[in-house]
Write a protein that binds this ligand. Structure first.
Ligand code: ANZ
Ligand code: ZN
Length: 818
């Protein structure tokens, strides 16, 4: 028996599920049974599915099946994240329309999902590049636009002067254009943004409402990066202009001995103009703008910078302090300017040492003999000194007092700062969702009316970037009449970031064919939130944050009944090969197509779940998959054999053997059920069924009755169904004549388990005196009385005073005596 057999079985069941639409669910509020929504992140359709996809959907499918068989009505849909750069780059190289290569990829994904036997409700299939989908992406954009949550502003972008195009960060390699090697420049261009920063606090607060892995919540918190502190205003001595800084340490204000602007700060060049430093400032800024080094803010990087030839006034002591430009200050955080306190900040300290700037200690560590005493920089809290009227206050008290004083003087205020930036959603790209806005000379930005949606993505000939979106050359499409005044207007030619498409697809699944609205509110009320979301850790930040943000916006608009989209999250670990990430260039890619062809779908699915706990990474092993393959073949063979055996068992004590096997069955049900509900330990579930099948073989040799053997194998198949749906269905049908998914999840016969006994080690002062038998799970009192019934124990206890007894359930009792 080999894989061709398995593949026939795969096909047999897949055809049934397909024909009977077994996994299709309707929106039906009256139907009994709790609705459950199980969702894996939708695949990004460029190229072929890889083994990581198989694992993702095998995990989700196991959850979906388990929930169904526990009485839930499960929504388990599928779709494709179809817009994006790879298809467009492919089009530039080959001339093939991005839609063609994307649809090919989608077809391949869909075929493989079927071949893997994933239990998908195909009636809800969607793809984000279909006009019937992106019509509603545009509709959502317009709702944000109406609320002022979608807006335009200038933003620094990386620009290749030769290709005349904006580059994504990942297209800049070593400061040069990935395509032509030209040095990249910075440019200010008008871009579209979503005002996600308005939701920063609610995105933080919402984390308390959801059951997500703690490390993912931490990543989201760090990304949002909320810091409480003060804004302080410094005035330029020479120009009188005011500069705001954000600081988390207003208590250190008297120690600010210089001032630093980020190279991207818009005032840097103007401030330096006319000073002797002008030329070196210009050089420094250009150099910094070209570099894409994102570790430039790190504490241990050597500090570079240039004096601007200007000074600002420290509002605390009116001292004139020099202004520098330095790349350790980032434009994206706070105000892009800092008051530098070298005595108490590591980066400021390193800079001051490198540039010979004064270092004034204003905080004394609380522990004068502690390791920090006398050592600078001292970054902890303490007591103020050299700070005028604030001397002697603690850091906390001084921070509050100095902030109030600044507020009274009009030189600052208390504030909160976030690392989170507004979401830049426009792309100068073809293969994306058109932004439904027109630019009118007289009316400005005009939304395309809802009833004119979708704004179709036009077919074009030439996708090559030309310094503007390729759509700009589609003249017929670009030129329109203004919906407001009827005058001449031009369409927005940028397209949306593909993250917008994937930030709301889970809503559309609830009502995927609605042509009147994006969804019916009641459909969402039935299914949302997603009960269990499953995906890769690489989406822990952006995708999940964006989806949470859009859900909150739509919730505020009364369009969505929940403020958090994903009640529970599971992140699966990566599969490596030979210890390394799989990649074409390394040549270590394991192709699911080949594996499924060779071993059948169930072996592939079981193996990726059996490799280890699904949330941790694991290395691919050819022996490992062979082992799983053998196990499934044995299960099928047992099923076939037992389906045909009717004769009585060999002579012997059948009853006792049967009871032993039945107990093993009950135990296995408990183990599999527990490992499925706790932490998705599917590897343990599968291992438990493997053990059961070993017990079956043993019991068969020992002469168990066919009925008991059949019961054991059928239950094993039933328990394995969430992982190996084809072979399990086959074996279950052979033995019971029924369809396994129509039967509910097996229940353990607890009376069998209760009658199980355990051998308890009896100790007196740690010394083993005897062993006694008690029912499994017996409580302490039962164990103690059983132990006291032992002569050997009684003897050891005589003539002593009992101090206490220690019982380890099912294992041991120790009498501690004097
Ligand atoms: C003065 C000061 C004194 C600071 C001191 C720290 C210690 P977090 O905690 O991450 O919010 N900072 C502010 N804007 C910055 C920027 N754009 N680029 C680089 N650094 C910036 O960090 C806030 C602190 O980081 C701020 O508080 C500021 O330095 C610096 F003993 O101000 B502090
Ligand atoms: Zn107009």
């Amino acid at each position: 028996m080999d894989a061709p057999d398995f593949r026939e079985i795969d096909k047999k069941w897949q055809d049934i599920w397909h024909r009977e639409r077994t996994w299709q669910v309707s929106n039906n509020l009256t139907e009994s049974g709790g609705a459950a929504y199980v969702l894996e992140m939708l695949p990004y359709t460029s190229g072929e599915p890889h083994i990581g996809h198989l694992k993702n959907y095998a995990v989700g499918d196991a959850v979906a099946h388990f929930m169904r068989r526990n009485g839930r009505r499960v929504l388990h849909p599928m779709g494709y994240d179809a817009f994006g750069l790879p298809a467009e780059n492919h089009a530039i190289r080959t001339g093939k329309h991005p839609k063609e290569s994307t649809d090919e990829s989608i077809a391949s994904f869909a075929r493989q999902f079927r071949e893997w036997g994933i239990s998908i409700d195909w009636s809800r299939e969607l793809a984000t590049h279909q006009p019937s989908y992106y019509r509603w992406t545009q509709w959502i954009f317009l709702r944000l636009f109406e609320k002022g949550l979608a807006y335009r502003k200038n933003a620094a972008v990386k620009w290749c002067p030769k290709d005349a195009t904006v580059l994504a960060n990942e297209q800049v390699v070593g400061g040069r254009c990935e395509r032509c090697g030209t040095e990249v420049e910075a440019r200010q261009l008008e871009q579209w943004f979503f005002r996600i920063t308005d939701y920063a606090d609610r995105l933080l607060a919402g984390l308390h409402e959801i059951e997500w892995p703690e490390h993912v919540k931490t990543m989201q918190r760090n990304w949002i990066g909320r810091s409480e502190g003060a804004e302080v205003i410094f005035s330029c001595v020479e120009t009188g202009e005011q500069y705001h800084v954000f600081t988390t340490r207003p208590d250190t204000l008297f120690g600010a001995t210089f001032f630093v602007l980020a190279p991207e700060h818009p005032d840097v060049l103007r401030l330096a103009a006319g000073t002797p430093q002008e030329e070196s400032v210009r050089e420094y800024v250009n150099q910094a703008l070209r570099s894409t080094n994102d570790t430039r803010g790190a504490a241990d990087k050597p500090k570079t910078g240039v004096f601007l030839g200007r000074h600002v006034i420290n509002p605390a002591n009116n001292e004139h302090i020099p202004v520098y430009v330095a790349d350790y200050v980032l434009m994206e955080y706070g105000t892009g300017a800092v008051m530098a306190v070298p005595a108490h900040d590591e980066r400021d300290y390193a800079f001051a040492r490198a540039f010979g700037l004064p270092i004034t200690q204003v905080i004394t560590p609380d522990d004068p003999d502690g390791p920090a005493a006398g050592q600078l920089p001292y970054t902890g809290a303490g007591t103020l000194r050299s700070s005028g009227e604030f001397d002697g206050l603690t850091s906390a008290a001084a921070g509050a007092a100095i902030t109030s004083w600044l507020a009274a003087e009009g030189a600052g205020c208390q504030t909160v700062s976030y690392k989170l930036r507004d979401w830049l959603v426009s792309r100068q790209r073809y293969w994306g969702c058109p932004i439904p806005i027109v630019h009118c000379q007289s009316c400005g930005l005009v939304p395309v009316p809802d009833e004119q949606l979708p704004v179709h993505l036009p077919d074009i000939e030439d996708y090559a970037p030309k310094g503007r979106s390729p759509l700009a050359s589609a003249d017929d499409w670009v030129n329109v009449t203004c919906p407001a005044c009827g005058g001449h207007a031009r369409r927005e030619t940028d397209t949306m970031d593909t993250f917008v498409d994937s930030s709301w697809y889970f809503l559309r699944y609830c009502d995927p064919t609605n042509t009147e609205q994006a969804w019916d509110f009641n459909a969402l009320a039935e299914w949302m939130p997603v009960d269990q979301y499953i995906g890769g850790i690489e989406h822990a930040i952006l995708h999940l944050l964006y989806a949470r943000f859009l859900t909150k916006v739509l919730y505020d608009l009364g369009k969505v009944p929940v403020a958090e989209p994903f009640a529970k999250l599971f992140t699966q670990g990566m599969i490596t090969k030979d210890g390394a990430k799989m990649s074409k260039s390394r040549g270590n890619v394991v192709s699911p197509v080949r594996i499924v062809k060779h071993y059948g779908a169930d072996t592939a699915r079981c193996y990726v779940l059996f490799m280890g706990p699904p949330d941790t990474g694991a290395d691919w092993s050819d022996e490992g998959i062979e082992g799983v393959y053998r196990f499934l073949r044995r299960l099928l063979r047992l099923g076939r054999e037992l389906a045909e055996t009717t004769q009585a068992p060999a002579a012997g004590d059948t009853h006792q053997i049967d009871t032993g096997l039945n107990r093993k069955v009950a135990e296995t049900i408990v183990r599999v059920t527990e490992s499925m509900t706790q932490k998705f330990a599917f590897n343990i579930s599968i291992a438990a069924v493997m053990e059961l099948s070993n017990s079956v073989s043993r019991a068969q040799r020992d002469g168990a009755s066919p009925a008991a053997l059949r019961h054991a194998v059928a239950t094993g198949a039933s328990l394995l169904f969430p992982f190996a749906p084809h072979i399990s269905s086959e074996v279950y049908e052979l033995l019971t004549g029924r369809r396994v998914w129509e039967d509910s999840w097996p229940l353990a016969d607890m009376t069998l388990l209760a009658s199980e006994t355990k051998l308890i080690v009896c100790q007196v002062n740690g010394k083993v005196r005897d062993r006694v038998e008690v029912p499994a799970g017996a409580d302490d009192a039962v164990v103690e009385s059983a132990a006291r019934a032992s002569q050997a124990v009684l003897h050891a206890l005589s003539d002593s005073t009992l101090l206490k007894t220690v019982v380890v359930r099912d294992k041991l009792i120790n009498f501690v005596v004097r």
